[in-house]
Write a protein that binds this ligand. Structure first.
Ligand SMILES: O=C(O)CCC(=O)C(=O)O
Length: 300
């Protein structure tokens, strides 16, 4: 009987390294995942249905979150953003500056967001393909799921928040079966620019009445929904390592960072598979994560 010493070959290897023959290799992968790919708890299911989101406290280990921050600062430092070149679209990632911080000495501090991390970057891929997350996505989205967008949001002191919006206003995907996943990489407090949401707004259609963000340093593309009732808004206060899953129609915003420390988050967006239709969006990268209800790498 042939014994393979190959690893799974994926960007993050999670399978036993030495597995007997290919069939056993695949079965071992499925069985391993089955232990961790659990569906939603009753409380999570109810919050999703009623409010359009749920939060899992302590999802990710603090030490692992610290590794994400170290790595993202390392990547940020390799980009030299300036007022003349506030974006970088040429390298491996899409990098957007924080216009207010373009005079920072440390190049990493000039960066507002880094996109397209979920495929090439092992630590960020590990979060994107976490079996607990895939179990929730299988229940909420279905058996075939892609991760199509990821962004690390630095939100350094003084950085601007994002006005009221729905992610689906930007995505325009059909069917609108997409989910945002927001992993707190620092605490998100009332002072440092947390997310705010309108619970239950996920049942609304896409609000088409929007206006561009008029603030001079506002990031390109920020728009604000006009005339919708936000009186029931709530802040989403989180500790580093907490994770929130939210519906693509949920109205949300974030406030400016008025504190003296960074408020960082890693955000992923998932969709029912293969809706890219061959169109290449500058900051999207459609990566399969689930096929026929199994993590893709187990089938690969
Ligand atoms: O984290 C933030 O400050 C805003 C994130 C957000 O609204 C989004 O990713 O849609």
């Amino acid at each position: 009987m042939a014994v393979s010493t190959a690893s799974c070959g994926g960007p993050v290897c999670w399978l036993p390294v030495c597995v007997v023959e290919r069939g056993a290799f695949v079965d071992a992968g499925r069985a391993w995942f089955a232990q961790y790919m659990q569906g939603l708890t009753e409380e999570q299911r109810q919050s999703w249905g009623d409010n359009g989101y749920f939060i899992q406290r302590g999802f990710y280990d603090q030490a692992k979150v610290a590794l994400l921050i170290d790595r993202i600062n390392e990547i940020g430092r390799t980009y030299e953003l300036t007022p003349e070149k506030p974006f970088d679209l040429e390298g491996d990632f899409v990098v957007q500056s924080e216009r207010r911080l373009l005079d920072a000495i440390d190049p990493a501090e000039r960066v507002a967001k880094i996109f397209k991390l979920h495929r090439p970057e092992a630590l960020f891929n590990e979060v994107a393909t976490d079996p607990r997350l895939l179990g929730w996505l299988a229940e909420l989205v279905g058996d075939d799921v892609d991760c199509f967008l990821s962004q690390f949001i630095f939100k350094r002191p003084g950085a601007l928040g994002q006005p009221w919006h729905q992610d689906q206003w930007y995505f325009r995907l059909d069917p609108p079966k997409q989910i945002g996943v927001w992993l707190a990489c620092t605490d998100a407090t009332i002072d440092n620019g947390p997310l705010w949401i309108v619970p239950g707004s996920h049942t609304e259609g896409v609000h088409e009445k929007v206006e561009g963000d008029p603030r001079p340093d506002a990031p390109l593309g920020y728009v604000e929904i006009q005339g919708a009732d936000t009186s029931t808004e709530e802040p989403v206060l989180m500790n580093a390592g907490d994770i929130m899953l939210f519906h693509t129609h949920l109205r949300h915003r974030s406030t400016d960072n008025g504190s003296d420390a960074m408020r960082a988050a890693m955000v992923y967006h998932y969709s029912v598979a293969e809706l890219d239709g061959g169109e290449v969006q500058f900051n999207h990268d459609w990566m399969p994560v689930l096929r026929h209800g199994s993590p893709l790498q187990a089938d690969a």
